[in-house]
Design a protein. Structure first.
Lengths: 96, 277
């Protein structure tokens, strides 16, 4: 298994475990009306959303390391598209 | 926005488990079942339903791909190339979802689910292509070891522009309808681009995390993603897909597909009728 595949597997696994834990505990706290529930739930959602982004960032690093300029560029474009959707979200929020 | 009660969270957890279980059994995402349940069954706005479903798509993609990373079934290079098209499609679909009426999206959903059902029926007896192991996989092709047959499968990627176009459409439908979009990519990659169905499905499952994130971010930024409900659905789907994969070894795939096609035609009809009312 290559460094890239190993790292991608580890990033995805860590992201799923961390977000599921935060979401589960956040949900329990919410129904116990305990403080910090919303914070944990949002942290869980953001971790979930950040996991594929982190996977793309790791891929860029991996391809640069392999001096594979075609795939470094392609994965960088995917990262830019993800950033563009975050920008689109902010633009729309202003108009609503 | 819906009021989050423990009962609502529990219902969504169970719905997530059921759709995740079916999704794992049938190799399709559970979103195509979860979205209509949330929208028509629980009367959540379509955008709220789609946002919840997209978070479950991300969780499924991440956990399935984490388990498969390094087993060569996922064609990472092909996946990352096609992601350029799915992420663009998803961005476009997410923006579109903010601008068009719920009834229009429901009509699109009705048509798309009917198409999924038809695709499922035409692929009841899918055949495995016999591939020459000595072929050069080329820059984008792949090679993996198939456990059942014990042989090494090698394939080349053909008709790349078609694969990119299908990926763009899949990304578009993904963020607009809150589904994974694998049912659009996998048949195209398998039937016309020379990719074995298992590799196509694994690569698609790998890609939909990025696709769904591009869409989910837009819903989240607009306050349409209710964290507590998304949490219930994500946890339910994780449990369901784990169970589905266990049970999947014993169930007859053909009967499941037939049952699923019938369910999808019903979902399609109900969603479409709601859209034109």
């Amino acid at each position: 298994m290559s460094w890239l595949e190993r790292t991608i597997g580890a990033v995805l696994r860590a992201g799923v475990i961390a977000s599921s834990l935060a979401l589960a505990v956040g949900l329990l706290l919410q129904f116990m009306h305990a403080p910090g529930a919303q914070l944990l739930l949002h942290a869980g959602i953001l971790t979930l959303l950040a996991t594929p982004v982190a996977r793309v960032v790791v891929s860029i690093v991996g391809y640069i390391h392999e001096r594979d300029w075609t795939f470094s560029t392609l994965t960088a474009i995917v990262l830019l598209e993800l950033l563009a959707s975050a920008v689109a979200a902010l633009v729309f929020k202003k108009h609503l | 926005m819906p009021v989050v009660t423990p009962a609502l969270a529990a219902i969504i957890f169970v719905a997530g488990a059921v759709s995740g279980g079916f999704g794992a059994l049938l190799g399709i995402g559970g979103g195509v079942l979860l979205v209509p349940f949330l929208n028509l069954g629980l009367h959540l706005p379509f955008t709220v339903a789609a946002a919840i479903s997209l978070t479950t798509v991300i969780a499924t993609s991440s956990s399935v791909s984490a388990a498969r990373a390094g087993k060569q079934l996922i064609n990472m290079r092909l996946g990352m190339l096609l992601e350029v098209a799915t992420a663009a499609g998803s961005l476009f679909g997410g923006v579109t979802a903010q601008m068009i009426a719920q009834s229009t999206v429901q009509k699109v959903f009705g048509v798309v689910t009917a198409l999924v059902a038809i695709i499922m029926l035409t692929r009841l007896q899918r055949r495995n292509v016999i591939l020459d192991p000595d072929v050069d996989p080329g820059a984008l092709g792949g090679r993996y070891h198939e456990e059942e047959s014990g042989c090494t499968v090698t394939y080349q990627v053909k008709r790349l522009p078609l694969a990119l176009a299908a990926s763009f459409v899949a990304g578009n439908m993904s963020s607009l309808l809150g589904i994974g979009g694998g049912f659009i990519k996998v048949p195209v990659l398998n039937a016309w681009c020379g990719i074995p169905v298992r590799a196509a499905a694994a690569t698609s499952a790998f890609m939909i995390g990025v696709t769904a994130t591009a869409g989910a971010v837009i819903y989240y930024g607009n306050g349409q993603l209710v964290p507590a409900l998304a949490a219930s659905a994500v946890l339910g789907v994780q449990l369901g897909s784990w169970g589905g994969m266990r049970f999947g070894q014993r169930a007859s795939a053909m009967w499941l597909k037939l049952l699923m096609a019938v369910v999808l035609f019903v979902v399609s009809a109900v969603m479409f009728t709601r859209g034109i009312q």
